[in-house]
Design a binder for this molecule. Structure first.
Ligand code: CU
Length: 488
C-alpha cells in the first residue's frame, strides 16, 4: 500500500513513534540472531553440504541455523562432448560444467576440502567470490594431483557468487570449464518458490571452427582475442534443449540462479516470451522488477524470478543473438498447463495485408495463389529461379548452405527426410509442417508455416534444393506440385 489518507496520518505517526521506541529498547537487550553481525553468528553443529550438478540446486537453507558446513569438491579433468561429434577435454569442479552448486547461509563456517584426482595432469585451486580473504581462497587451496587441501571461511555477505580456478594461466583454466556458483542465503532463507534451476554461461575456444569434428584442443590465441567458437549454457550445446529442457507448470514461480563463467564474454540473459518479475541484480541485494534482459558480467551472477502464466516452450538466450543461434547459447523452459487466452491468444487469423490495396482480405485457403511466374524452360533456369526463391524465403531458417540451425531448423543439405519422399517434401512447402520429425537422426518439433508460392515457384525451389548440397538430384515439375495440391 502506498497511499495514506490524511485522516489516517496522525494515527500512523503515533504508531510509528511507538515502534521506533520499541525498536530502541529491543536493540539494547536482544541477543537474537538477526541483530548479530555475521562474524558473531555461532556455527556449532557440523553438516556435510549437499552438492548438485547443473541444472539442479540443493535444498534451500530454510530456517536452519548457521553451521559448520563441510564441502568436499573433487576436481576432475575429463573428456566430454561440446556438440555432436565435437569432443573437448573439460576441467571440472565436481565432474560437471559448471561445477557443483554450493548452497550456504550467512554465518556458516565452510570447511572446504579441495581434492585433485590422482589421474589429473595439473595442479588447480579455487577462488570463491563469496570468500573474504586473500585470493578468495586461492592462496590456501593450490593443490597437486593426488592431494587434498583444506581451508575454511565464514560466509559474511548474502548473495549469489561465482567460484573459479585461479591457477595460471587463469584464463585457460576458466575457459576449460573451471567455474561454478555458490549461494549464500540470508538468515531464514530466500522466499520459497516452486522451481529452482542452475544455469551458467561460458565461452569456449577451439582449434577447429564451430562444428569441426573430433577432439578439439583449446586455442589460446582465439581466447585472447575473445573470438569464441562456442558460447553455451551449462558447458555444451544443447544442455538445456529438447529432453534436457528445464520444466515448470502454469502458475508456478521459477527461480533461476544464472552465472557467467566467461572467461571472456558478458551475457545479456533473456527468456523469450517471459518478463522477469524480479532480478537480484548482479546476485546482490538490489531487486529490480519487470526486467526483459539482465546483464551478467563475466565472473558475475544474477537471481532471476518469474511466474509462468501460459504453456509453451520459452527459449533462454544470450541476447547477443548470434551466440544463441550460431554458437549454442540457447536453452529451453518447457511449461505445461492450461492456456489462458486472456494473457495470450495464439494466432487468431492470418489475413493478407496489402498496403495500397482494397484493405484486408481473407487468406486464400486452397489454390488461389496467383500463377504469375514465367515457366522455367530448362533445368538451368529452374535452378536459377529456384535459387532466387530459396534465398528470399527458405534461407532465413534453413540457412545459405541448407545446413539448418541445430535444435531449431532442420537441415535440407543431405536431409534423409527430404530425399526419402519427394511428394512429402512438396507437401511440406505447400501445406507447412508441424509436429515432431526426425531429420538425420535429430528430432525437431517446431512449425514451418506454409509458403505462399506458386506451383511453378515450388517446383523451382525444390529442384534447386534437390540438386544442391549433396542431395539426391531429383527434378520437381509444376505438374508434380499441382498433383500434391489436388490431393490435400
Ligand atoms: Cu584449474
Amino acid at each position: 500500500m502506498k497511499l495514506v489518507t490524511s485522516r489516517l496520518k496522525p494515527i500512523l505517526q503515533t504508531g510509528l513513534s511507538l515502534a521506533v521506541i520499541l525498536l530502541m529498547i529491543s536493540c539494547g537487550n536482544n541477543k537474537g540472531e538477526t541483530n548479530e553481525t555475521p562474524v558473531d553468528i555461532p556455527a556449532t553443529q557440523e553438516m556435510v553440504a549437499e552438492l548438485t550438478s547443473p541444472p539442479n540446486v540443493p535444498r534451500g537453507v530454510g530456517k536452519r541455523k548457521a553451521k559448520k558446513l563441510i564441502v568436499k569438491m573433487e576436481i576432475l579433468e575429463k573428456e566430454g562432448e561440446m556438440t555432436d561429434g565435437v569432443r573437448y577435454v573439460y576441467w571440472t569442479f565436481g565432474g560437471s560444467v559448471p561445477g557443483s552448486f554450493i548452497r550456504t547461509r550467512v554465518g556458516d563456517e565452510v570447511e572446504f576440502h579441495l581434492q585433485n584426482h590422482p589421474d589429473n595432469k595439473l595442479p588447480h585451486n579455487i577462488d570463491l567470490h563469496a570468500v573474504t580473504g586473500p585470493g578468495g581462497g586461492a592462496e590456501s587451496s593450490f593443490v597437486a594431483p593426488g592431494h587434498e587441501k583444506v581451508f575454511s571461511f565464514k560466509t559474511l555477505n548474502p548473495g549469489l557468487y561465482v567460484y573459479h580456478c585461479a591457477t595460471a594461466p587463469v584464463g585457460m583454466h576458466i575457459a576449460n570449464g573451471m567455474y561454478g556458483l555458490i549461494l549464500v542465503e540470508p538468515a531464514g532463507g530466500l522466499p520459497p518458490v516452486d522451481k529452482e534451476y542452475y544455469i551458467m554461461q561460458g565461452d569456449f575456444y577451439t582449434k577447429g571452427k564451430n562444428g569441426e569434428r573430433g577432439l578439439q584442443p583449446f586455442d589460446m590465441q582465439k581466447a585472447v582475442d575473445e573470438n569464441a567458437d562456442y558460447v553455451v549454457f551449462n558447458g555444451k550445446v544443447g544442455s538445456l534443449t529438447g529432453d534436457n529442457a528445464i520444466t515448470a507448470k502454469v502458475g508456478e514461480t521459477v527461480r533461476l540462479f544464472v552465472g557467467n563463467g566467461g572467461p571472456g564474454l558478458v551475457s545479456s540473459f533473456h527468456v523469450i516470451g517471459e518478463i522477469f518479475d524480479k532480478v537480484h541484480v548482479e546476485g546482490g541485494d538490489v531487486i529490480n522488477e519487470n526486467v526483459q534482459t539482465t546483464l551478467i558480467p563475466a565472473g558475475g551472477a544474477a537471481i532471476v524470478e518469474f511466474k509462468v502464466d501460459v504453456p509453451g516452450t520459452f527459449i533462454l538466450v544470450d541476447h547477443s543473438i548470434f551466440r544463441a543461434f550460431n554458437k549454442g547459447a540457447l536453452g529451453m523452459l518447457k511449461v505445461e498447463g492450461e492456456e489462458d487466452k486472456k494473457i495470450y491468444s495464439g494466432e487468431i487469423r492470418d489475413d493478407i495485408y496489402l498496403p495500397e490495396g482494397p484493405g484486408i482480405q481473407e487468406m486464400p485457403t486452397t489454390n488461389e495463389i496467383v500463377e504469375s511466374e514465367i515457366p522455367a524452360k530448362s533445368f538451368d533456369e529452374q535452378m536459377e529461379f529456384g535459387k532466387n526463391i530459396y534465398m528470399q524465403t527458405c534461407f532465413a531458417c534453413h540457412q545459405a548452405e541448407g545446413q539448418g540451425i541445430p535444435n531449431a531448423f532442420p537441415p535440407l543439405a543431405k536431409s534423409d527426410y527430404l530425399n526419402a519422399d519427394v511428394n512429402r517434401a512438396i507437401g511440406v512447402v505447400v501445406n507447412g509442417l508441424t509436429g515432431e520429425i526426425t531429420v538425420n537422426g535429430e528430432k525437431y518439433n517446431s512449425v514451418m508455416t506454409r509458403q505462399m508460392l506458386s506451383s511453378e515457384e515450388i517446383a523451382n525451389v525444390l529442384t534447386y534444393v534437390y540438386n544442391s548440397w549433396g542431395n539426391s538430384g531429383k527434378v520437381v515439375t509444376k505438374e508434380m506440385v499441382d498433383k500434391v495440391k489436388q490431393n490435400r
